[in-house]
Design a protein around this ligand. Structure first.
Ligand code: FAD
Length: 383
């Protein structure tokens, strides 16, 4: 890939950079609820200015930007430390899935409110007995006239407590082989058959939830990609989840690394500063190299997506690599910080604890290694 920006790409970047500088809403409030509303308002501002869904087609409210421009967008938002947009799952997965597999009516109905954050989305895939082995899921949907009646349980459902729509995969044919009997639905969360119970994480936040579904009803029109085709649509969702993140994540890592280096320069350590310690210097240098590798691999993934039109398995490699670097970096940060890192509310304690989830969320590292082994290296399939 040619990493030099064209004149148009530079103009895109400059325009966006100036816009963010003029409109940055400042630091987010502390409480979970206020922070979410702050991010929702920020997304509305971004949307009103035409910067939400940059690579989505213009006829659905996007900007029709190229994938390179989308990558620039992710980098610029992180560079400016702009708040994350509220509807992260809708933007990264819900919208792209509806664009790829939805009907024209579905595109007209769902894409606009995702962009404006009017309707928040969540992802109902994982169940208590089905995480990595998603195809074994048991939530069932039974046809009743023009509707489906859904019963089951989902878990770890990020943002379910704010969501209007859930990307729900359910079993519609219990007699078909496990990958074939699944269907992908858009379930209205605001109905009596859906109960949401928050789960508190190790950080003290409650980002995700348990979802109890008791005879919830979904119109037949809310199937995406056709009955029995849920596995293929779910795979598209996961590919977008991993591919879309890589470039923004490497930029976030760079910022974190810069902050750790600054901290190391100040922190007293063995009679000098942490930054003067040879082993710490060595670990910081290694993390810098790893972050650069992550960035270049993210560009490699982008090139493949431009060539083939869909995100490839490179996203799995990037997500695995990012989780490892972020965990190693936050671990080093707490070591540099010393006993002060034990304080519950410290920044580095938070970063360290939150990073624990990185090798689980969006596919565990072991599963990503299997994908890389089978689909990138061409090693024999596990089963
Ligand atoms: C912060 C966070 C947010 C999340 N948000 C969502 C969400 O919004 N929606 C959603 O649906 N899910 C969400 N998840 C769930 C996440 O996708 C699952 O936790 C993940 O897929 C793993 O599933 P599991 O927890 O059931 O673990 P299991 O699949 O039971 O795995 C347990 C262990 O066994 C290993 N293992 C399993 N199978 C294999 C294999 N074939 N080869 C080698 N090792 C294997 C795993 O790597 C892991 O170490 C979230 C998780 C986290 C941590």
């Amino acid at each position: 890939m040619d990493l030099t920006l064209t004149a148009e790409e530079q103009a895109f970047r400059d325009e966006l950079r100036a816009w963010i500088e003029a409109n940055h809403p400042g630091p987010k409030p502390d409480s979970d609820e206020a922070a979410f509303e702050f991010r929702r308002a920020w997304q509305r501002t971004v949307f009103d200015a035409g910067w939400a869904g940059v690579a989505w087609p213009q006829e659905y409210g996007g900007r029709g930007a190229t994938l390179v421009e989308q990558a620039i967008y992710g980098e610029e938002m992180v560079r400016a430390r702009a708040p994350a947009l509220a509807n992260g799952l809708g933007l990264a997965m819900g919208g792209p899935v509806v664009i790829a597999h939805g009907t024209e009516e579905q595109k007209q109905r769902y894409l606009g409110p995702i962009l404006s954050a009017e309707e928040i989305w969540c992802q109902g895939f994982s169940e208590p007995q089905s995480g990595s082995d998603l195809a074994s899921l048991r939530t069932k949907a039974v046809r009743d006239g023009d509707e489906w009646v859904v019963t089951g349980q989902k878990v770890w459902t990020t943002l379910a407590h704010e969501a209007k729509w859930c990307m729900l995969v359910a079993r519609t044919d219990p007699d078909a082989p496990k990958h074939k009997g699944l269907t992908y639905f858009l379930m209205d969360m605001k109905q009596p058959g859906v109960q949401v119970r928050p789960l508190v994480q190790i950080t003290g936040e409650a980002e995700f939830n348990e979802l109890f579904i008791e005879e919830a009803r979904i119109p037949n029109d809310n199937i995406v990609g056709g009955e029995g085709n849920g596995w293929a649509v779910a795979i598209t969702t996961l590919a977008h989840e991993r591919a879309g993140l890589a470039l923004a994540l490497q930029m976030e890592l760079k910022q974190l690394l810069t902050a750790v280096i600054e901290r190391a320069r100040e922190q007293p350590y063995n009679g000098s500063t942490a930054a003067a310690d040879e082993i710490i210097r060595d670990r910081l240098a290694q993390l810098y190299i790893e972050t650069e590798v992550l960035r270049l691999n993210a560009y490699r993934g982008l090139t493949a997506q431009m060539k083939y039109g869909v995100p490839g398995p490179e996203g799995s490699l990037g997500k695995w690599h990012w989780a490892e670097i972020n965990q190693a970096l936050t671990e080093l940060a707490t070591e540099i910080e010393g006993p002060a890192a034990m304080a519950r509310d410290g920044r580095w304690t938070y970063e360290f604890l939150r990073a624990r989830a990185n090798s689980i969320e969006g596919g565990t590292t072991e599963i990503l290694k299997n994908i890389v082994a089978e689909r990138i290296l061409g090693l024999p399939r596990m089963r």
